[in-house]
Write a protein that binds this ligand. Structure first.
Ligand code: ATP
Ligand code: MG
Length: 434
């Protein structure tokens, strides 16, 4: 993509409304713009990141055997009355009346709707297990939307729902999702720690939240420093139950669940920090299947209510979360897997014909090799170009100036480490295409 043709409205100054780094940087890097409190438009650069995160989430759900569906954003209130949550949900639910006076709502979550889909179609244990997920915009009328996309009112969520005949099988489905979550966050370059969670208004008995550690996180967290090591040397092997056991053995708790007295971690090994919740999984048995009468015929006996779990990931929150975990004073540092482009190519001699020609060729070669590249072909000065590249945080910056051109080399900078090297364009191309 040529920057001269792109839509990248960057800001030089810190916007006054942003209190935390990710919010500031997302506005400054031209990734999002606010439409109303907690409701954002995604501009081209931001949307590319959102889509990459979404795709990693999707691939790991698919790998775990979950099946993608797409449910609507608007739901009928009737189902929520059936489950008993229509009144309970309170003011966070955006309630809408259609022209016929029917009560509707903008979905804050989908347990009811998915259970309705399931109960209409599935009648026998032979069709189990099933896990259905979708990636869809949710609306929750948060009392205090803040921190940009981290606590929005409209936000993109992946939510999966598992259906099993027995609680024992339900726990197997839960474990499969637990492992999928570990893989998902590791692929994004994140240290996400599973913490036993309060089951809260969704209810049930087994639940974990996945939190990434960042100073600006909303929750206070306490965890064993073993997790740092496990994340740095991330690997999961063995069956799901073994992996879950391994990842739930070290102490980890959010402030609601932390208990000084029962926490037996030695003072020097306990890390106190702050965390951002990026995922939350529940096993809640027949909490919804019973009131909604989602029953299946088992191998013997009368039909029974299916055992369910639900599994959320905050896809849009992750964009902010990753920035919180990975930035410096100059801007964002994208992990390669979610970077909007892999390479930022800068022409430092945009008024010199040979420099333009050289850059145009390198740009064409990179594109032909399938490397995602953003090419700063504008007439701005070198200082502005470097500052802009640091701000938007592409993993590899490559600068071509008159001096390098004379020596037949380009200057390559690794955004994360700051390391700079001079390479021939051929060597650079080979490295990027590998
Ligand atoms: P929180 O405790 O942060 O309010 P929650 O427990 O209400 O979240 P869940 O219902 O578990 O959230 O939703 C699943 C995931 O969706 C969360 O783990 C989080 O990553 C994301 N999420 C929830 N609320 C928001 C929001 N207002 N803005 C952005 N992402 C959100
Ligand atoms: Mg939660």
């Amino acid at each position: 993509m040529r920057m001269s043709r792109y839509f990248l409205p960057t800001l030089k100054e810190n916007p006054a409304e942003a209190q935390i780094a990710s919010h500031r940087l997302m506005l400054r890097a031209g990734m999002v713009r606010q439409g109303a409190a907690g409701i954002y438009s995604w501009l081209p650069l931001g949307l590319r990141v959102l889509k990459k995160i979404e795709q990693i989430v999707r691939e790991e759900q698919d790998r775990a055997g979950a099946l993608e569906v797409l449910m609507p954003t608007i739901q009928s209130a009737d189902l929520w009355s059936e489950s008993g949550r229509y009144d309970d949900y309170g003011k966070e639910m955006l309630r809408i009346t259609d022209r016929h006076g029917r009560e509707m709502l903008y979905g804050p979550t989908n347990e009811e709707l998915i259970t309705d889909i399931f109960r209409r179609e599935v009648k026998s244990y032979r069709d189990l297990p099933k896990n259905l997920y979708h990636i869809q915009w949710k609306f929750r009328d948060e009392i205090r939307p803040r921190f940009g996309v981290m606590r929005g009112r409209e936000f993109l969520m992946k939510d999966a729902y598992s259906f099993d005949l027995t609680a024992e099988d339900g726990v197997k489905s839960y474990n499969a999702m637990f492992v999928a979550y570990l893989r998902t966050f590791a692929r994004m370059g994140l240290t996400a720690i599973p913490m036993r969670a309060d089951t809260g208004p969704i209810g049930g008995d087994l639940s974990h939240e996945f939190l990434i550690i960042a100073e600006t996180g909303e929750s206070e967290v306490f965890f064993h420093n073993k997790f740092n090591d496990m994340s740095d040397n991330f690997k999961v092997s063995g069956d799901h139950a073994t992996i879950v056991a391994e990842w739930t053995e070290p102490y980890a708790a959010t402030e609601e669940m932390h208990d000084e007295d029962s926490c037996s971690v030695a003072e020097g090994e306990l890390v106190r920090g702050r965390g951002i919740e990026v995922g939350h999984i529940f096993f809640f048995g027949d909490k919804y299947s019973k009131p909604l009468n989602a029953v299946v015929q088992g191998p013997e006996g009368p039909p029974s209510a299916v055992q369910m779990g639900s599994y959320g990931i905050g896809v849009s929150r992750l964009v902010g979360g990753i920035i919180e975990a990975s930035h410096d004073d100059n801007g964002i540092i994208w992990p390669e897997a979610v970077a909007p482009f892999k390479v930022g190519l800068m022409n430092l001699g945009p008024k010199k014909e040979d420099c333009v020609e050289f850059c145009d060729k390198l740009y064409a070669d990179l594109e032909a090799a399938g490397v995602e590249v953003l090419y700063d072909d504008r007439k701005d000065g070198a200082g502005a170009k470097f500052a802009n590249m640091d701000l938007i945080g592409l993993p590899w910056q490559v600068a071509v100036g008159p001096r390098g051109l004379k020596n037949g080399v380009v200057e390559v900078k690794n955004r994360a480490t700051g390391e700079k090297r001079e390479l021939t364009p051929e060597a650079f191309l080979a490295e990027m295409a590998a």
